[in-house]
Design a protein around this ligand. Structure first.
Ligand code: ADP
Ligand code: MG
Length: 441
């Protein structure tokens, strides 16, 4: 099909979709100049039309031209036969584009702050990051579906949202982000209101579907059936689907085999828990985003102290409040802040059990913790006990002093401080502490 015929077919269909005024004002005098490297170049008669098409009708044009021109068309590019606008009018144009994007992000269900720019990459997440980038650069072709799995707080939702944002801002396709729970609830609601048609229009017409926490998809047959057909429809039309889950496909409970096989049919990548370096980098990014001034040393202290990124977020929240009162956050303030545990007390976090695990890890006798011995590893183990008792339970310094055979609670305070100081620079100590902590999470 030559370009003129292709463009005529495209316009004929667009004419049905938009009002007569819109069509005559914006579409009528446009031309398809060429298709090159997947880009359909469309010439507009003036800058006003260019602006409108680019910002308001890009996805409609792309969708329609793809329908007739096929999968070789990946995107549309608008230019104007008029002289470029002078710099005076670039300001508002730019602002308005930003505003439009914000609105599209909102409609897609995406938060405004999660993107690739503020996602730190390390060994634990580099595969998932690379696959997500590839998908966002050429949705529907790179890996379809992409299935990302990993534990709580490792950055799955962040990556899904980053994909969505990039697709909206750079490619101009439509995106829908939702959790499997939202999907389930909307479907149940649609059936109740007899509006499954609308439901399908929403979920089956999007160019990119980002389905988060897919382990929570309802076990009910009709929900799984709907997801199955949504998947098939989107995939058959070359639309991109990305799933996130806390487990790999085969370990998701009570999910139909045919869905599992769909999940497995593209690329499955995992994200491992962040290591110390990644936590440090993430802390720095997040602190800066919140306008909190902190240096690497402080970031390392926090990274060493926190087990996962959700906990790290908790520290940031408290820091933000503190930063409103104190202009500069220094090491002292951060250490004080970390000494207050707000982990819920767990019945399993029995002080005895903590002390037992520490003595086992450090290869000393249980009673040595309580005695006055000054051997280096005994002193270290005793301090670790103090630190873990303070952070894993809600015991006071006085209670802990009793437990470890000290008369004075300030000895415990110093012990806890010592460990907070050492964690960032001592790999083996950090590993030992994390190992013990993992029994209690
Ligand atoms: P999940 O969906 O895997 O449970 P989230 O994506 O919600 O985890 O991540 C938890 C928090 O950690 C979020 O605030 C997120 O922005 C942040 N986060 C996770 N990984 C990274 C990363 N690599 N870089 C920056 N922030 C991250
Ligand atoms: Mg998540």
């Amino acid at each position: 099909m030559n370009n003129n015929v292709l463009w005529k077919k495209t316009l004929d269909e667009i004419q049905i979709e938009v009002s007569g005024v819109v069509f005559n004002s914006f579409f009528k005098n446009t031309k398809l100049l060429k298709i090159e490297e997947g880009l359909a170049h469309i010439v507009c008669p003036n800058n006003g039309v260019l602006f409108m098409l680019k910002n308001k009708y890009q996805s409609l044009v792309l969708k329609t031209i793809k329908k007739y021109g096929g999968a070789i068309i990946k995107n549309v590019f608008f230019s104007s036969s008029e002289q470029p606008t002078n710099s005076g009018s670039v300001g508002p144009l730019f602002l308005s584009e930003e505003k439009q994007n914000k609105e599209r992000l909102f409609r897609a269900g995406l938060p405004p702050n999660l993107d690739f720019e503020n996602f730190a990459v390390s060994v634990s997440n580099q595969m998932a990051h690379a696959a997500s980038l590839a998908v966002s650069n050429s949705p529907g072709t790179a890996y379809n579906p992409l299935f990302i799995w990993g534990g709580v707080g490792v950055g799955k939702t962040h990556l899904l949202c980053a994909i969505g944002r990039r697709v909206i801002e750079k490619i101009g396709l439509s995106v829908l982000y939702c959790s499997a729970e939202d999907f389930t609830n909307s479907l149940v609601e649609a059936i109740r209101n007899k509006s499954t048609g609308l439901f399908r229009k929403k979920y089956r017409k999007t160019d990119v579907l980002l389905l988060d926490d897919v382990q929570f998809v309802s076990q009910r047959d009709f929900v799984q059936e709907e997801l199955f057909h949504t998947f098939n429809k989107l995939r058959s039309e070359g639309k991109q689907i990305v799933f996130a889950s806390d487990k790999p496909p085969k370990l998701i409970k009570k999910i139909e085999k045919r869905l599992v096989s769909r999940f497995l049919s593209g690329l499955v990548v995992d994200i491992q828990p962040p290591d110390f370096e990644l936590k440090t980098a993430i802390f720095l990014i997040k602190a800066r985003e919140r306008g909190i001034e902190v240096g690497v040393d402080i970031a390392k202290i926090v990274a060493g102290h926190t087990e996962d990124l959700r906990e790290l977020e908790g520290v940031l929240l408290k820091l933000k409040i503190l930063a409103q009162k104190e202009t500069k956050i220094n090491e002292e303030t951060i250490k004080k802040l970390l000494m207050y545990s707000d982990r819920p007390t767990n019945i399993k976090n029995s002080p005895r059990e903590i002390i037992r695990l520490v003595s086992q890890e450090f290869g000393i006798k249980l009673k040595e913790i309580k005695e006055d011995g000054r051997k280096k590893n005994v002193v270290l183990a005793r301090h670790v006990c103090m630190y873990l008792l303070k952070t894993l339970t809600n015991l006071t310094y006085e209670n802990i002093a009793d437990l470890v055979g000290k008369k004075d609670h300030t000895t415990v305070m110093h012990g806890v401080q010592k460990i907070i100081n050492q964690i960032p620079n001592n790999d083996s100590l950090r590993r030992s502490i994390n190992k013990i902590k993992s029994f209690f999470s």
